[in-house]
Design a protein around this ligand. Structure first.
Ligand SMILES: C[S@@+](CC[C@H](N)C(=O)[O-])C[C@H]1O[C@@H](n2cnc3c(N)ncnc32)[C@H](O)[C@@H]1O
Length: 348
């Protein structure tokens, strides 16, 4: 062995109970898709998303509307795993450029490495650690004040949801964090340590249409000293609903909505989306295309409203007449696509 290369200690793979790994960190095959391609394919064929990856939603529909052409300039405002970006890049080569933005520096670095390894050099694919609210400010600085297409696939990625350490998953134990950008902002645990009961109820109602917002808020406040983990929050929601005679499905939905509402707050998702929507027309060339994938009514209403107003103001020549949803086949093979709505607009 070369003296200059320190020997790497042999790492035993994690052991799991039973025939299948259950915990995120036990899924070593899924977390190494290059080495275990057949196992990863098997997970996908079951309708699951392999740990540490993300399956792009409405890929064919997105490409159909964005219609990327060689030499065009593209922005993927929510790079994530880079699945949409990779397909756009293939179509805009050899001279096109794609700017991929993400607030999550942890996943951004991994995606940049993955796309570099897939052959996209720094002159064609530029990874940017940024909120998409900074797009209009950023584009002139990189020499492209207006671009041919902008994509945003809102919300969180499967990598973020599945990794218990990020605190998004109500089914797994983890720190109650939920920040997409772990370099700034307040964790959910911190938010719940000081927000008033009325404040919590309002955000559950406004961000997730939770019908039992007041009851849940009371339950959360009663347990807020212990509220540092995802399980503690799930348990507090469940306990707060105990007197209402709800079935398990309704309780699970309330927990899911509570997590969604809090995630939206700590990431400032609605204010960021509104700012971004107001910038899009000024970042697109004439004839430029914008596609946005939304996953709940709070996002979708804002996008529809902005595109309609933009059309009335003459900023867009066309917007979608009817919503586009994932095909039945996609919904079956990737359940995370069930709630998607695709919206598009063309710059006049
Ligand atoms: C659903 S994933 C995108 C998946 C991607 N389309 C793909 O095919 O792999 C959404 C990503 O957007 C990022 N994100 C969410 N809000 C953002 C914002 N305001 N600015 C930049 N990135 C954001 C998240 O961190 C996450 O990585």
């Amino acid at each position: 062995m070369d003296d200059a290369t320190p020997e790497q200690p042999h790492k035993r793979r994690v052991r799991y109970r039973g025939t299948h790994p259950h915990r995120f960190d036990e899924k070593y095959k899924e977390l190494n898709p290059e080495k275990y391609a057949a196992d990863v394919e098997h997970v996908i064929s079951r309708g699951d998303t392999p740990a540490g990856t993300h399956r792009s939603i409405c890929l064919a529909e997105v490409l159909d509307i964005l219609n990327p052409q060689p030499g065009e300039i593209a922005v993927d405002a929510t790079l994530g795993y880079g699945g949409h970006s990779q397909e756009i890049l293939k179509r805009i080569l050899p001279d096109g450029i794609l700017f991929g933005l993400d607030v999550d520096s942890i996943e951004l670095q991994k995606t940049e490495t993955r796309l570099r390894n897939a052959g996209f050099g720094p002159e064609r694919f530029i990874a940017v650690h940024s909120n998409f609210t900074a797009l209009q400010n950023m584009l002139p600085k990189v020499g492209h004040p207006a671009v041919d297409m902008i994509l945003a696939d809102l919300g969180v990625s499967s990598m973020q949801i599945d990794n218990p350490k990020r605190g998004f998953a109500y089914k797994n134990e983890g720190p109650l964090d939920m920040r997409m950008d772990q370099e700034k902002g307040e964790t959910v645990a911190h938010l719940l340590s000081h927000l008033s009961e009325a404040g919590i109820a309002a955000l559950l109602h406004d961000n997730a249409d939770e019908p039992n917002a007041k009851v849940i808020a009371r339950g959360i406040v009663g347990k807020r000293q212990e509220m540092t983990t995802t399980r503690a929050l799930s348990k507090a929601v469940k306990l707060s609903l105990a007197g209402l005679n709800l079935d398990d499905k309704a309780v699970a939905q309330a927990i899911r909505r509570t997590f969604q509402a809090l995630r939206i707050v700590v990431n400032g998702e609605f204010s960021a989306l509104e700012a971004f929507l107001s910038e899009i027309p000024y970042c697109l060339k004439s004839g430029g295309r914008a596609v946005i994938l939304t996953f709940h009514s709070g996002e979708d209403n804002r996008v529809v409203d902005s595109f309609e107003k933009g059309k009335l103001a003459g900023l867009y020549s066309r917007t979608q007449d009817a919503e586009i949803r994932a095909s039945n086949e996609e919904k079956y093979s990737n359940p995370r696509s069930k709630s998607v709505r695709l919206r598009w607009a063309i710059r006049s």
